[in-house]
Design a protein around this ligand. Structure first.
Ligand code: CP
Ligand code: NVA
Length: 300
């Protein structure tokens, strides 16, 4: 694996390999004794805000013996219109890897192709692979395996996180239920193409019934701020609340990729009642990032 660009292009064996390496990184913790990224500089080029992804990559690269170089897109010429194709070719001559958070998936793919660098998608409008790999690890850590589990995603079913869930479910064979308003459901063609056991519905409680995992993400993703009023009106009720937890029965894992907006996609009481899981989930971003960083093949 040269890059991590999306979940769509991974196979089950590659995902399993990342999850196994994540467990190893979590066991080891802290500075890696072999410093596998020694002598390497990694560019973190971010066009959108980030807390977890940025800190986990900055710390992870350091703990692996490398040096992160953080580049906010607006501080470099990219923000003034320099093409990604030129930025990629410059960086390819100066650093050894790149972690990119931006809007268009095509920009990350073009960067990977033109820079020749190991390239990681740190979130685009289309996918958030690092998040979902870490979430899969968290579920396995807490439930032992994904076999026979049903994950229910409530909220914006067409956002990057939901789309990465679709591909993960299709590749790994667990059941995925997506409860989303009609205007925010993933394209039927995408769900068909992914295959697997995926149901998309407007029925939050129906989708939550019997779920092993209840998962949500913000109603207003980065870049969609001008739709805030419309989205808030559309998403009312598409929330993890006590009724959804009760519908799941048993004690579902309640997960949130964060940042969380209490009273919107999750109620404050359900959030706080599940804070242990949610912040374990956040911590696991670090271990997963380190796993991915060590698994990408270096230039030959
Ligand atoms: N979940 C996640 O990616 O968080 P950040 O936007 O803070 O990186
Ligand atoms: N869907 C959210 C994820 C944030 C980590 C966004 O794109 O803003």
């Amino acid at each position: 694996m040269k890059h991590l660009l999306n979940i769509e292009s991974l196979d089950a064996a590659q995902i399993d390999g990342i999850l196994a390496r994540t467990a190893e990184m979590k066991r080891l913790r802290g500075p890696h004794p072999d410093a596998p990224l020694a002598g390497e500089c990694w560019a973190l080029m971010f066009s959108k805000s980030s807390t977890r992804t940025r800190i986990s990559f900055e710390v992870g690269i350091r703990e692996l013996g490398g040096q992160p170089v953080f580049l906010a897109a607006n501080d470099i010429q990219l923000g003034r219109g320099e093409p990604i194709s030129d930025t990629a070719r410059v960086m390819g001559r100066m650093v050894q890897g790149a972690v990119i958070r931006t809007y268009a998936q095509g920009d990350v793919e073009q960067f990977a192709a033109l820079s020749g660098l190991r390239t990681i998608n740190a979130l685009t409008d289309l996918e958030h692979p690092c998040q979902i790999l870490s979430d899969l690890f968290t579920i396995i850590e807490k439930r032992g395996s994904l076999d026979g589990l049903t994950v229910t995603f409530i909220g914006d079913g067409d956002c990057n996180v939901a789309r990465s869930w679709i591909w993960a479910a299709a590749k790994l064979g667990f059941a995925l239920r997506i409860a989303a308003p009609a205007k925010f459901q993933p394209p039927a063609e995408l769900v068909r193409r992914a295959g697997g056991d995926i149901v998309v519905t407007t029925d939050v409680l129906g989708a939550s019934t019997g779920a092993d995992v209840l998962y949500t993400d913000v109603w207003v993703s980065m870049g969609k701020e001008d739709e805030t009023a419309f989205r808030n009106a559309q998403f009312g009720g598409y929330q993890i609340n006590q009724a959804a937890v009760d519908a799941a029965g048993g004690s579902p894992l309640v997960m949130h990729c964060l940042p969380a907006y209490r009273g919107k996609e999750i109620t404050a009481d359900v959030f706080e009642g599940n804070a242990q899981t949610i912040f374990d989930q956040a911590e696991n971003r670090l271990h997963t990032q380190k796993a991915v960083l060590t698994l990408l093949e270096k230039r030959g």
